[in-house]
Design a protein around this ligand. Structure first.
Ligand code: NAP
Length: 310
């Protein structure tokens, strides 16, 4: 009953696309997901760079992919994976005490939000500190809020929050944003129209979080002068990138220096029958489009392997 041809861990765009390709190749497919469909995409407010779809809410896109995949016959379980036995034949995936078996495994666990690494950061999560503007932004209606980061996520979060909060400060450690030019231009335009709403603190980092029950103040350090200043805040949104979710791999899968999985052009890892797809993979561009490309390749190759090794 728990035997499959292909087991996919993680239901982001990469995992769901892999599921669609594998089930259409005639495989019995299981997708294991610990949270909800869509992965990071479900937390994205507006997606404008998915070809053929002018503009879509990320949550909706994730739900649509899920529906398409399950309608095609992919089985799903909302379980958190505890262990993968790569050495058994078939391979075993243990999730909350239940063991599932398959010759082919696809690793599509994605990446999780990076933290600032400050001592008391965890204490303030949900108490003035968030890693998800789309999830928690509405709690800060009319409030004084800070976004930390300079990539697409930070700029996108800033744009989203600018429609909700009373005042927004964007804190970035360099003088230039890393985000795509189109996103930066949008933010600068908004700032020029609403000068009292949006401030920039370029060349600054958050060096301290202060508060009793909730976050009340942050200390900013100027990286050029080392001078510090304290700012009253109601909330801080941290959008400084992500780290790959590779804790489960137990050192068995070859990773790059940043901890992302190294694959070949078939999305195959160093272990036969084990494939990887999406944001967890070593590559230059992490987008929905590149994740679904990985997923299509991994789903196809994992199916070929499973047929040969049943
Ligand atoms: P990112 O592109 O890696 O940017 C992270 C930002 O946080 C950088 O500006 C970085 O500064 C800063 N940072 C990193 N560590 C820091 C620290 N410890 N303290 C202070 N600042 C720190 O991450 P992301 O914005 O989450 O995006 C991840 C990927 O998803 C990217 O490929 C991005 O294009 C993609 N994405 C796309 C969309 C979209 O197309 N709609 C939306 C969101 C994300 P430096 O610039 O100095 O390195």
């Amino acid at each position: 009953m728990n035997d499959y041809d292909v087991i996919i861990i993680g239901a982001g765009p990469a995992g769901m696309t892999a599921g669609i390709y594998a089930v259409r190749a005639g495989m019995k497919v299981l997708v294991l997901e610990s949270k909800g469909p869509g992965g990071q995409v479900a937390l994205t407010s507006t997606i404008q760079n998915y070809p053929g779809v002018g503009q879509i809410d990320g949550f909706k896109l994730g739900q649509d992919m899920w529906e398409q995949m399950t309608n095609l016959g992919v089985e799903t379980q909302f379980l958190s994976v505890d262990k993968i036995n790569f050495d058994t034949n078939p391979k075993e995936v243990v999730a909350e005490g239940v063991t599932f078996r398959a010759p082919s495994i696809i690793l599509s666990m994605g990446a999780s939000s990076r933290s600032l690494g400050l001592a008391n950061e965890k204490d303030f999560v949900g108490k003035g500190l968030s890693y998800c503007a789309v999830c928690d932004g509405m709690l800060y209606k009319g409030k004084n809020v800070v976004v930390v980061g300079g990539g697409n996520s930070a700029v996108e979060d800033a744009m989203y929050l600018s429609n909700i909060v009373g005042h927004l400060t964007i804190v970035h450690r360099r003088e230039q944003f890393r985000a795509d030019d189109i996103e930066i231009q949008r933010l600068l335009k908004k700032q020029s129209e609403y000068k009292e709403l949006i401030d920039f603190k370029m060349g600054f980092v958050v060096s301290k979080l202060i508060g009793k029950e909730r976050l009340e103040q942050i200390v900013l350090r100027n990286l050029n002068t080392n001078a510090t200043e304290t700012m009253d805040v109601d909330g801080i949104f941290i959008a400084i990138g992500r780290s790959p979710q590779t804790e489960l791999l137990d050192g068995k899968i070859t990773l790059d220096a940043q901890g992302y999985i190294i694959t070949d052009e078939n999305m195959a890892t160093n272990l036969s029958g084990v494939y990887a797809a999406g944001d967890i993979v070593h590559k230059n561009l992490r987008q929905i489009t590149t994740a679904i490309s990985d997923g299509a390749i991994a789903g196809t190759q994992a199916s070929i392997y499973a047929k040969k090794n049943k």
